[in-house]
Design a protein around this ligand. Structure first.
Ligand SMILES: [Zn+2]
Length: 509
């Protein structure tokens, strides 16, 4: 029996060794623990932890760290899905700044591009992603104006397209839809599409519907013909039966300020009749666009129209010319200040600036983005009403610079509208930035914290989250967005990009 005890010890030792070896290694998983999980569906927050493996969420709940797993202490902050920006102009900056801090600092992990009728072909986006890794995900619509430019020529857009031209546009659109474009976008207020007929748009929209795509539109007027323009998008939704989204909904005509409840009623009435219409909205009372949108009839030398613009369509005292290539010293000044400098009325200055910009364009045909105005044009209560509409999601409409929305739209909603004004709950706001957006755009496996979903995540502190970007300092980083993950990789950590570039091209599915 002498050997008995050592043998038992030996067996115990062996079995212990086997146990150790069979204990799986979890060095490839990350546990974010000690967080309030707001899953993006609109359900209230639950305390718990989320486990990431590779690019996906693999477990949620009351989880304890596995052996070898990397663990992040969420310190009772909120963990939400990554924000989806349904109307973004950030893409142009990503080649130079692939870390996309303009987006990640406000919690955005997916940008939807191809807006306002302007898009890149899906082929060129696919090619871009092979060459240039970036931090955020991208999905794109196919732009109506881009189709027009390719088929009709850049100088020949100021008319309705012929039947043959529409057929050619359809072929290009179809190619893009087959390659994963989300659908059709229009920018009917801009000259490149302003002269297109509703029938032209409907023909393209019907093809989009056939492919189960969606329609998104900067509508034909945001000011004096707003109601007609809204009716047009409702009609397109009705005729095609596909979901339609009204881009950056606003009321830019002083005479109609305060009418947001009526417009919401109009949209709800269309929904009640079966039209799947939604909207996106950014949280500012000023837009960023070309001076030319201030002339609804595109009559840039008509004094009466200029007077209508300065009296009804924007406030020259509070609207800043953010860019003006022909005379860079005007940038940063209000239209009223420039008028004073030029010893003109504001209406006269408005016409002159447009003329100077047009002459500059003639002399420099390849120049783009010659002028831009931050136009104070909306009433706060209308903006609030639209943000609160249950079928509206949050967008930035921003770029990496210029209007502060490019760096702070989402954090502004969380700071100003949720915490300060309590116009909506944190849960509702997060839903409008994530789950609702994904659902309305048809984006699968994102916008929600759920097992099997992509690990696009934001760790934020609701008590400090805020936007700091202003017109003067458009690139100030937000506070309160502590960490951001895209496809399982941390891309942003305490106001710094990590250098990870895990973004992917999202295709319609
Ligand atoms: Zn737009």
């Amino acid at each position: 029996m002498k050997n008995r005890i050592p043998l038992i010890l030996f067996l115990i030792a062996i079995s212990f060794q086997v146990q150790l070896n069979s204990q799986p290694k979890h060095s490839q998983t990350t546990l974010i623990q000690n967080v309030w999980i707001l899953d993006g569906t609109g359900s209230s927050a639950k305390k718990g932890a989320v486990r990431i493996k590779g690019n996906s969420i693999v477990a949620i709940g009351n989880l304890t760290p596995l052996l070898g797993e990397s663990v992040i202490d969420g310190k009772n902050r909120y963990l939400t899905p990554g924000f989806i920006d349904s109307h973004s102009h950030h893409f142009g900056s990503l080649k130079k700044e692939p870390s996309g801090i303009a987006m990640t600092n406000q919690g955005i992990t997916t940008i939807i591009i191809g807006q306002d009728g302007d898009s890149y072909e899906m082929d060129s986006l696919i090619h871009f992603f092979k060459q240039y890794p970036i931090a955020v995900n991208v999905a794109s619509y196919t732009g109506h104006s881009s189709l027009r430019e390719k088929i009709m020529g850049e100088k020949n857009l100021f008319r309705n397209a012929t039947v043959a031209e529409v057929d050619q546009m359809k072929m290009l659109l179809e190619e893009d839809l087959k390659k994963g474009s989300l659908g059709l976008s229009t920018g009917l207020e801009y000259e490149a599409a302003f002269y297109s007929s509703k029938e032209e748009v409907v023909a393209l929209a019907q093809l989009t519907a056939k492919y189960k795509g969606r329609y998104i539109s900067h509508i034909r007027s945001e000011d004096i013909k707003l109601n007609d323009a809204i009716q047009e998008i409702i009609d397109i939704g009705k005729i095609t039966g596909m979901p339609v989204k009204l881009s950056h909904i606003k009321i830019a005509n002083k005479d109609d300020w305060g009418n947001a409840p009526l417009i919401v009623d109009q949209l709800n009435a269309a929904r009640a009749k079966g039209v799947d219409i939604t909207a996106d909205v950014y949280p500012y009372n000023f837009w960023n666009s070309t001076l030319r949108v201030l002339f609804p009839d595109r009559d840039y030398t008509n004094k009466k129209s200029a007077e209508l613009a300065v009296n009804k369509l924007f406030d020259p005292n509070e609207s800043v010319l953010v860019r003006f290539a022909p005379q860079p010293s005007y940038a940063g000044k209000t239209i009223a200040a420039i008028a004073k400098e030029r010893k003109e009325s504001t209406a006269e200055t408005l016409m002159q600036l447009i003329q100077i910009a047009a002459d500059f364009k003639t002399a420099n045909p390849t120049a783009g983005g010659i002028e831009a105005l931050a136009g104070k044009s909306m009433k706060d209560s209308d903006v609030s009403k639209f943000i609160q509409w249950e079928h509206a999601n949050i967008c930035s409409d921003g770029a990496a610079g210029g209007h502060p929305r490019g760096y702070g739209a989402f954090t502004r909603v969380l700071g100003k509208y949720v915490r300060e004004q309590q116009l909506l709950s944190l849960t509702e706001a997060i839903h409008k930035m994530t789950g609702l957006t994904a659902q309305q755009l048809g984006i699968k496996k994102r916008g929600k914290i759920a097992v099997g979903y992509f690990a696009d995540l934001v760790l934020l502190d609701p008590s400090t989250v805020n936007d700091l970007a202003t017109i003067e300092n458009g690139k100030a980083l937000s506070t309160g967005i502590e960490q951001v993950w895209v496809n399982g990789k941390m891309v942003y950590n305490m106001q710094k990009a990590t250098g990870e570039l895990p973004g992917s091209l999202i295709k319609r599915n």
